[in-house]
Ligand binder design. Sequence first.
Ligand code: GLU
Length: 506
Amino acid sequence: MMPENTVRVRFAPSPTGGLHLGGVRTVLFNYLFARHHNGKFVLRIEDTDQNRYVDGAEDYILECLQWCGLLPDESPLAGGPFAPYRQSERKSLYREYAEKLVAQGNAYYAFDTPAELEQKRKDEPNFQYGHSQRYTLRNSLTLSEAELNRLLDAGTPHVIRIKMPVDETIGFTDMIRGEVSFDTNLVDDKVLLKADGMPTYHLAVVVDDYLMQISHAFRGEEWLPSAPVHLLLWEYLGWKAQMPQWAHLPLILKPDGHGKLSKRDGSRLGFPVYAMNWFDPQTRELTPGFRELGFLPGAFINLLAMLGWNDGTDQELFTLDELIAKFSIDRVSKAGAKFDFEKAKWFNAEWLKRLPVEKLLPEVEALLDEKDIEFKEDYVRQVLPLVQERLVFINDFWPQASFFFERPAEYDLNAVKPKWTAAKTEFFKLIVEQYAGLDQWPPQALEDAFKTLMTEKGFKPGDVMLPFRVMLVGGKFGPHVYDIAALLGKEETIARIHQFLAAVDA
Ligand code: GLU
């Protein structure tokens, strides 16, 4: 077993756009594993595919990690002993390994031009640059030595491809899936080094995992088909003993369980799939994010952890510290995890309920400022616990609590008017008199006075309590009605009763 202090994991995104839920969950599992084992969490930017590079994507990733509180120990920003952490800045390093593979006979130069390959693909729809075709193409396996040297000396553009072995079965033990094996005949001769000298993902990921001494590599299941190429590279480069332990994380599935959750599913079903808003500078399309919708980072992390992991009990709410203490890869399931947005909202609501008022206060004050509402901080401090458990998002504060700050502009008269009687008007006039005479204004005193009069006049709670709520709130919702009245104060409560009576009798 590896000593605890050698755990080094990495998140290795390509900066091609916003971060999907699945990407952040990969970050999270890496982070939790590293922290659990007192190891290091590395962020490596895999930007060798210049065609897919998107401006702003790297900053987005860094900001996202910051928002989630999953900060790497080593990264392009933080630096570290294995810098640089951006693959484009490591360009010069990869060629020697590709050349070594060529010298060993595990890779070869290929001179086919993009146009030639395109033509090939047109002529043969199932064309694969692999063991069955490689001897019919323009590469160092087919060219004479003299011709090859001539092309190389002339600086003819070429790539380096891996030479996949024929009729072999290769495999590894995945930490989640167990034994996984591949038929080498089904894998094409992937490009390792491109004509511009940039490595492809396949070469760079292996070289960097080796050079950065990565002990465990966790990535999405979609990378499993690439594993045979990587396995062979580890072997051919003589590094097999240092190969990280791999875990391919299960997919996050559409709510109906059919297929991978995509960005398009989000817009189709009306929920975010990205961590934060992503504005694509090329398409000018804005993809909404969990952060902007009002998710708390703690809740977001919590719900992601539960997509494919549990601690073996029914517990669903975990703080980051609890996750660090309890996380283990062997409790990550092989099966894809269905994404359920209602459940995601439940997580946020539960997190909001548990948040100390002092933490919510600044957010709510900002909301009130935005609406130009004047308030006293201490008043907001008293309102918050009354509505906190009704919030799914912080932004729900206003619809749930506006009546604490403003008199209802209109009433849900349908709820009361059909059953309104002169006796009820009389009842509320008497309540006003009684309330006006109270020296103290605690909820209990209001409730006692109300209920005594209600019994005396032969009303049932439904007859007068619901109208009382509508008078104070405007509608049939909100916390305990006497708590509302107590907080509004005597004068305001009485004023609202009067205002309502005028409206209902009109
Ligand atoms: N650069 C790959 C990505 O964009 C990383 C895959 C891996 O972790 O090996 O996800």
